[in-house]
Design a protein around this ligand. Structure first.
Ligand code: SF4
Length: 67
């Protein structure tokens, strides 16, 4: 599974960072970075939580072959 970000929608409010700080980072210039685009299976539950929690619906989790 791959984390896909719609950077046009992301408003850098860091909700996802609060859920998974090892995966998501928002820097001082409000740029979102995804450190693990292909998250390991054992954190997929948390990734889904972050996807669902994003107030801008800017995150998605996709199968690698249709991403
Ligand atoms: S929760 Fe959504 S809008 Fe907020 S920083 Fe993460 S991706 Fe961007």
């Amino acid at each position: 599974m791959k984390i896909v970000v719609d950077y046009d929608e992301c408003e850098a409010n860091a909700v996802c960072v609060g859920i998974l700080p090892d995966v998501f980072e928002v820097d001082d210039e409000d740029n979102l970075t995804v450190h693990q685009e292909y998250p390991p299976d054992d954190i997929l539950g948390k990734v889904r939580e972050a996807v669902d929690a994003c107030p801008k619906r800017a995150l998605a989790l996709k199968q690698e072959d249709d991403a």
